[in-house]
Design a protein around this ligand. Structure first.
Ligand code: SF4
Length: 306
């Protein structure tokens, strides 16, 4: 698979540093960064900040940096996206330390719910709480039990599983367990490969969240187009877009935070998708509109993304 594609037939999506050549640290001036990040120019001639590779393999090179930028991880970004869905559950297959930020996300979610005039609720994240024995003997049964508990306690429309560094190290097979539990419970059980060490670029977690939603929830063969519906990929912000779009006869469908299963599902029926932040919303918008989703699944077509 080319590293520059969206491929919805695979459960994993490629890292941003592989697919887009993104970096999280830079040792130099802004003008040098501007020059060095000119992808087309660097492909044609070597610069002093370029590793000398050519063509599609040419990317900004962080390997010689004298420091490493402090950053969050893709697993945390999945929590801030998928954990904020109103009628789905996220099961974090990880030690409890990977869930240390959830109290903050619970506050963010409820501020966002109030801004969108939705009912308050507790964030929908469970943890398998891996301990030393689980790291030695495996924790697949603990994951199965947590998914069943989530289903019978909360009756979610879908259950997501997020991978963490520890579960990737011991090789937990979340794809097989997701298939098994999906057949058993009759709802979508969606694996998300977001272990922190997978990508240095935390925003890969946005792509991983949207990849799972696109593969498993968004309507693959929409029977109708909602010509007044506009997807807005947004975080927890106030609903300014309804006032802007209403005079034009348009409605807003907010994705992903605080969205419901049905709001995600209808995303492929929308006229257009836009976002307040390219880093957040580019993956979802490209996958929905560049090639019809049903065609991507049916023909195993990949979408090139710049
Ligand atoms: S980097 Fe790894 S260990 Fe740290 S929070 Fe992310 S998934 Fe957990």
């Amino acid at each position: 698979m080319s590293t520059r594609k969206i491929n919805l037939s695979m459960s994993e999506c490629s890292n941003r540093e592989m697919r887009l050549g993104t970096i999280t640290s830079w040792d130099g001036s802004a003008s040098e960064l501007l020059k060095a990040s000119d992808y087309e120019d660097r492909s044609a001639k070597k610069t002093d900040k370029c590793c000398g590779k050519r063509g599609r393999a040419c990317q900004l090179c962080e390997l010689n940096m004298p420091f490493s930028q402090e950053t969050t991880c893709a697993h945390a970004m999945v929590a801030c996206q998928i954990g904020n869905l109103t009628d789905c559950i996220l099961v974090e297959h990880s030690p409890i330390g990977c869930s240390a930020q959830q109290h903050g996300l619970n506050v963010s979610m409820n501020i966002g719910l109030a801004r969108r005039h939705k009912q308050p609720q507790t964030i929908s994240i469970l943890s398998t709480n891996l301990l030393e024995n689980d790291m030695v003997f495996g924790a697949s049964n603990k994951l199965r039990q947590t998914i069943r508990d989530a289903y019978y306690r909360y009756s979610p429309k879908a259950i997501f599983i997020s991978m963490a560094c520890s579960t990737a190290i011991i090789g937990e097979d979340i794809d097989s367990i997701a298939d098994e539990l999906q057949n058993e419970l009759g709802i979508e059980v969606i694996p998300l490969h977001c272990e922190g060490f997978r990508s240095k670029h935390w925003s890969t977690g946005f792509d991983i969240s949207q990849h799972g939603i696109l593969r498993s929830i968004v309507e693959k063969n929409p029977k109708k187009k909602q010509k007044e519906l506009i997807n807005i990929v947004q975080l927890w912000g106030t609903d300014y877009f309804s006032d802007i779009l209403k005079p034009l006869g348009l409605r807003v469908n907010y994705l992903v935070d605080m969205a419901s299963y049905d709001e995600l599902k209808q995303a492929s029926e929308a006229l257009a998708t836009t976002t307040f932040c390219h880093t957040l919303g580019s993956y979802m918008a490209t996958a929905i509109h560049l090639v019809p989703i049903w065609l991507q699944h049916w023909k195993n077509i990949s979408v090139f993304l710049r």
